[in-house]
Design a protein around this ligand. Structure first.
Ligand code: AMP
Ligand code: ZN
Length: 563
């Protein structure tokens, strides 16, 4: 059934869809021609031969003559009538019996057969395939994940039951694809699941449960799955998933963490032993407007400022860098040192966050703020049937009055999280316009819109696909979540052999790759040395913790690791 449906769906896509419109126009032309002939038939019969026929009889006569059936039950008996009947027969032969079938074959049948003959999907990976990632379900998240796999040279295969999708993925996007049902154990075996590195299930929750059960009936390869409703997580675990990722919940948290401007609470993003990497807004600290040298953060707290994150750009600070009020500092140090800094940040000020969109992600953000606690107001144009705890303000957030009457002028931060990126860009722009100093955190449903959201005035943009892909990659590489925010990576590498014995300044790591060394852990030492000065010598066997954009991380691997 599914195959027939997917074959029929072929005619609703691409070139076939355009041809369908041509066919529709042509059929309309045939119908109009038939109706005109039927009218002429009645008029000629009455005027030439004095016989009266109904309009229906006229249509019936025209069709039998045009299709050359010619039953002969109604015929003309005059010369003009014979000429008219001949004309109708000839146009029937030309338009109905020649052009129509010819068109059907050349516009539909031939391209369809050609497609089927030209592309033969793969149904099985070669025996001995191993160490690959098997991906069930392709969407923006798995696409972003695949780009990361490709950059790292990890082999992978995408499984899809749809012949056309397989063709598109393989021929247009150059991916390795196997065509087959994800819940068929034969397909699970054919993609060599037993020797795979990881299996990613990214369909609906119920389909993912089914995939997990099918895979578990065959092999023990670890499975990671994204879950739509976090209440289904335990079912997925029960059916055999090793990692269940509640993406919407995590996205809500990411957004919420960055929206609060109060109390300058540090948010720990990553840990390497005792070394914590954390973000803290400059706003709320006494350092706002000072240069890094004036702020004396290191002297006062022991923390190293390893990055400054502002409006989508990460910069490596120098002593002269000014700490803008809207920026976030990325810090490295111990938990105690972070506490000292929070202490310095002083009194909490009143905060109020607007959450625009009370869907799965907005609701998760609200839950996070609730626990901090930070006051918030939710706005949505419709009810969220899966949430009974929050009482949002109902209305279209794009209408200025909806926000203003809810007290938007008191807001210190806004989380823009509707499911439509155009709306999100609009709301970002409108929020910046209404409240120039508000902190805006926006969600990008599609990665292409990240730049537009920054251009519209967002302070932070979180893209669903990149967050999902980042988490999947961390699962694959068995890291504790090393995902910072859109555009920053903190990562660990062992010291490339070529650099052993050089000083940090000699290694020119920053110049060659853009990455900076956050910390250096000598072989056998558990405590990494944070922000080592440029004259530090790099000893063989030590570990580097680096910070950089994803591109800079790739550049590091290209220059030092893959050489
Ligand atoms: P989700 O993708 O589950 O986070 O849901 C997104 C939410 O955004 C849905 O609850 C939508 O009703 C909501 N939404 C979309 N457009 C608007 C809008 N213009 N104003 C308010 N809420 C919106
Ligand atoms: Zn809710």
């Amino acid at each position: 059934m599914k195959t027939i449906a997917s074959e029929l769906a072929y005619f609703l896509r691409g070139r076939a869809r355009k041809n369908l419109k041509v066919l529709f126009l042509y059929c309309s032309f045939l119908i109009v021609m038939t109706l005109i002939y039927a009218v002429l038939f009645r008029a000629l019969m009455w005027n030439l031969e004095g016989r009266e026929f109904s309009f229906i009889a006229g249509v019936y006569w025209t069709i039998t003559v045009m299709t050359t059936l010619g039953f002969g039950d109604i015929t003309f008996h005059s010369d003009l009538g014979y000429i008219f009947a001949t004309l109708v027969t000839i146009s029937g032969v030309v338009f109905l019996l020649i052009i129509l079938p010819f068109g059907m074959i050349s516009l539909f049948l031939a391209p369809w057969i050609e497609d089927r003959l030209r592309y033969r999907p793969t149904y099985e990976l070669p025996e001995g395939t191993a160490g690959h990632v098997v991906i069930f379900g392709i969407d923006a998240t798995t696409r972003a994940f695949i780009r990361k796999l490709q950059a790292r040279g990890f082999p992978f295969v995408v499984v899809t039951p749809d012949h056309d999708e397989a063709m598109k993925l393989e021929e247009d996007e150059g991916l390795r694809v196997v065509c087959g049902s994800p819940t068929d154990v034969k397909v699970v075996a054919a993609v060599r699941s037993a020797s795979a590195r990881y299996i990613i299930a990214n369909l609906s929750d119920s389909e993912n449960v089914n995939i997990c059960l099918t895979v578990r009936s065959y092999c023990q390869t670890p499975i990671a799955t994204l879950v739509e409703d976090s209440e289904h997580a335990s079912l997925l675990h029960l059916s055999g998933a090793n990692q269940v990722i509640p993406l919407h919940k995590l996205l809500g948290r990411y957004l919420a963490v960055r929206s609060t401007t109060c109390g300058a609470l540090a948010h720990v993003l990553d840990s390497f032993g005792d070394l914590k990497i954390a973000e803290i807004p400059v706003h709320g600290t006494p350092f706002s407007g000072q240069t890094l040298e004036e702020a004396k953060i290191r002297q006062q707290t022991g923390l190293a400022v390893i990055g400054i994150w502002e409006r989508g750009t990460l910069t490596m600070p120098t002593r002269e860098t000014v700490l803008e009020d809207t920026a976030l500092m990325v810090l490295a140090g111990t938990r105690e040192q972070l506490r000292t800094l929070e202490h310095l940040a002083g009194e909490k000020e009143e905060d109020l966050i607007f959450i625009l969109g009370h869907g799965r992600i907005g609701c998760a953000a609200a839950h996070f703020l609730e626990h901090k606690p930070v006051p918030f107001i939710l706005v949505d144009r419709q009810e969220n049937s899966s949430c009974s705890e929050h009482v949002p303000i109902y209305g279209d957030a794009t209408i200025r009055n909806t926000l203003m009457s809810a007290g938007f002028n008191r807001a210190k931060g806004v989380i823009v999280t509707t499911n439509n990126d155009n709306t999100n860009v609009f709301l970002t722009l409108a929020s910046r316009h209404m409240q120039p100093h508000i902190r805006i955190v926006a969600r990008a449903n599609s990665e292409e819109n990240v730049d537009q959201l920054y251009a519209a005035g967002a302070d932070f943009v979180v893209s669903n696909a990149s967050v999902g892909a980042g988490i999947l990659l961390n699962v694959l590489e068995a890291k504790a979540s090393a995902f910072l925010t859109e555009g920053i990576n903190v990562f660990r590498r062992s010291l490339p052999e070529t650099l052993a014995g050089q000083t940090i300044a000699d290694s020119r790591i920053r110049l060659r790759t853009g990455c900076s060394i956050v910390a250096l852990a000598s072989a056998g030492e558990s405590d990494p040395k944070v922000s080592p000065p440029p004259e530090t010598r790099l000893e063989a066997g030590s570990n580097l913790i680096l910070i950089g954009t994803p591109e800079q991380e790739e550049a590091f691997d290209a220059v030092f690791v893959n050489d």
